[in-house]
Design a protein. Sequence first.
Length: 260
Amino acid sequence: MAARYNLRGRRAIVTGGAGGLGRGIAQALIDAGATVELWDANEAALALAAADLGPAASARHLDITDAAAVEIGAEAAFQSGGRIDILINNAGVLGEVKPVWETSPENFQRVLQVNLFGAYLVTRAVVGRMRAQAPRESAVPQHALRGHVVNIASIQGKEGMALAAAYSASKAGLLALTKSVAKETAKDGIIVTAITPAAAETAMAKEITAERRADILARIPMGRFVEIEEVARMVLWLSSDECSFSTGGVFDLSGGRATY
């Protein structure tokens, strides 16, 4: 992917960095000049991802639902490089594809724990420290920025979807978290945004049946899933200083599916 933004010298964290979408986002950030720390609970996949991405990538094995581990990881990330400029909250799980009355309470809770509570813990740990770091030099000093946070939500968080109550609810919560934190950091030089992609060709898409896939495709006017590179390009802009006044914004990548 050709770099369209200059992120030289920027340091980023990408959660869920061992998965296809996380790796694609990390690769785009690296191509634009950033160094990236991948966070993931899958140690073997994490090591492979870091090796594939090369010397600009490093790996941190942790469970983002573990508050103590997240605090330790965030502190270590800031200590190792002095600052974090970009946070991508990408980690997520799909959960059961069932009507709500057939779902397991344990599974529903697990989806919320990873997709929403985990994003909260990481945001809390990283943004709290990001606020204390010096703003980057800017041609317009009064608009100098300390960092960017991009939350990977889903179109299902805006619309809801049958047989996906936990996933939809978790992503709707992530959108509200985005807007709340954006308001809290609006004067700190921290831009907080979210994207709401339609389904992408990732490992998560392979968990669904052919019938479910056909149902999702039928909802997308373009008639296809979003490509990982298309998500990564949107994340690049949202992670750059070109995005300087869109805090709290939610950006669709739905192929026409979004209705608001």
